[in-house]
Design a protein around this ligand. Structure first.
Ligand code: ADP
Length: 450
């Protein structure tokens, strides 16, 4: 096992990784920007290296500065967390060239899944079911439209390089198509410097169900079941849970097998998530694979009683997977709620400011608060305004839900507007309690939530 690692991230995920490293007796190196000089992740680390100004481009996205920090401190491996450099193939390659282990999949796997179009081509060959659509290299607008017309509307345009819901547009009729394609291309070019588009049949009431996979460097692979992330706003996750309510065990197994097929097709290693859309009739379709630890990984940890960061570290150190498929079980139910500094009454615009008062619910084996901030800290304009992830476990969905309700009422944040009340209202609706989930949940039940 490594004796020292560097965490190339900030906030709650940097703290989360350090907690496991400490448990395993591994020393930790934090990196930080001007804005994070006094942040929790810096205080928690054994050593900390300043890497630049507050904007991410000048600090957390500077692979060369981060590698130099690893060299200087003698860190043997780098954990990238999520976001920032976590899916950057060039950075993973630079780590390898510098003789530092990148705690993530091989460069080739990151590259293979880096484009949604190329990923779909690979998955099609591997026999993984896809959302019907066109993901070819020929980008002539007339050809893309021809495919959309043939599929029938509505369709969804997506940027091949996309992420975070950017460059995505629903199109409801042939008349709207050309305008929508132009707009989506412009947005994609701005956000990703690449306007390659794909088009998919727009499923109107699917669930977002994703499979957690894990592979090691010795040819072993397992799946740690599914997470249901259907409750979304603008295609971004708000509440996640595991297992997916009402999941047919046969569908679970088929999705798990498909996800492992996907992982093996790209010689995967480490933690990965294969995202699917699930239809009411049990059909499921590959959307994309994320080649990193996900924000919502704790709900999987809660129902499997495993530490996924520990698994990542062990795999990166060339150990075999800790468990086989037969040894993995689902126990109980878990929810995660993402607590944000944002204003639900003002179109969920991010808010910034000082966390004047902070009272977290009492933590136990059933209630986890994953956060990177303390009372008195600032939520700045520079980074994602997530304050914390509240994660709960219960013997079954109802008891987990009651625990989440209680924990949300115990959470007190003073000094800025948050989505706490919105989350509480959402999970307290009858349709949520009854697990009537699909990706249109929030829109459909607005009148109950607001
Ligand atoms: P991003 O990488 O930008 O997050 P994804 O491809 O992961 O984009 O899609 C994000 C969300 O958009 C999904 O969770 C789902 O709610 C919705 N979505 C994506 N593709 C489709 C589709 N073909 N039909 C309906 N909804 C979709």
């Amino acid at each position: 096992m490594f004796h020292k690692i560097l965490i190339a991230n900030r906030g709650e995920i940097a703290c989360r990784v350090m907690r496991t490293a400490r448990k395993l007796g591994i020393r930790t190196v934090a990196v930080y920007s001007d804005a994070d000089r006094h942040s929790l992740h810096v205080a928690m680390a054994d050593e900390a290296i300043h890497i630049g100004a507050a904007p991410s481009r000048e600090s957390y996205l500077c692979g060369d500065k981060i590698l130099a920090a690893a060299k200087k401190t003698g860190a043997q491996a780098i954990h990238p967390g999520y976001g920032f450099l976590s899916e950057n193939a060039a950075f993973a390659r630079a780590c390898a060239d510098a003789g530092v282990v990148f705690i993530g999949p091989p460069v080739g796997a990151i590259e293979a899944m880096g484009s949604k179009s190329a990923a779909k081509t690979i998955m099609e060959k591997a026999g993984v079911p896809l959302v019907p659509g066109y993901h070819g290299e020929d980008q002539s607008p007339a050809l893309i439209k021809q495919h959309a017309d043939a599929m029938g509307y509505p369709v969804l345009l997506k940027a091949a390089a996309g992420g975070g819901g950017k460059g995505m547009r629903q199109v409801w009729s042939a008349e709207e198509f050309t305008g929508a394609l132009d707009a989506a291309k412009r947005e994609a070019m701005n956000a990703f410097g690449d306007d390659t588009m794909l088009v998919e049949k727009y499923l109107t009431q699917p669930r977002h169900v994703e499979i957690q996979v894990f592979c090691d460097n010795h040819g072993n692979g397992v799946y740690l079941f599914e997470r249901d992330c259907s409750v979304q706003r603008r295609h971004q996750k708000v509440i996640e849970e595991a297992p997916a309510p009402g999941m047919d065990p046969a569908v679970r197994e088929a999705m798990g097998d498909a996800a492992l097929k996907a992982a093996h097709a790209i010689h995967y290693s480490g933690a990965g998530t294969v995202e699917f859309l699930l239809d009411a009739d049990g059909s499921f379709y590959f959307m994309e694979m994320n080649t990193r630890l996900q924000v919502e990984h704790p709900v999987t940890e809660m129902i499997t009683h495993q530490d996924l960061v520990e698994w990542q570290l062990r795999v990166a150190a060339d150990e075999s997977l800790p468990l086989t498929q037969d040894q993995l079980r689902i126990d109980g139910h878990s929810f995660e709620a993402r607590i944000y500094a944002e204003d639900p009454d003002n179109d969920f615009l991010p808010v910034t400011g000082m966390l004047n008062y902070l009272q977290t619910p009492e933590q136990s084996q059933y209630v986890r608060v994953e956060t990177g901030v303390r009372q008195g800290d600032e939520v700045s304009v520079y980074y994602d305004p997530m304050i914390a992830k509240l994660v709960v476990w219960g013997r079954d969905r109802d008891s987990a839900l009651r625990r989440l309700q209680l924990a949300l009422t115990e959470y007190r944040i003073g000094g800025m507007t948050t989505n706490l009340a919105f989350l509480y209202n959402l999970i307290s609706t009858e349709p949520f309690r009854a697990a009537q989930l699909d990706t249109g949940f929030i829109e459909k039940h607005q009148s109950l939530i607001f």
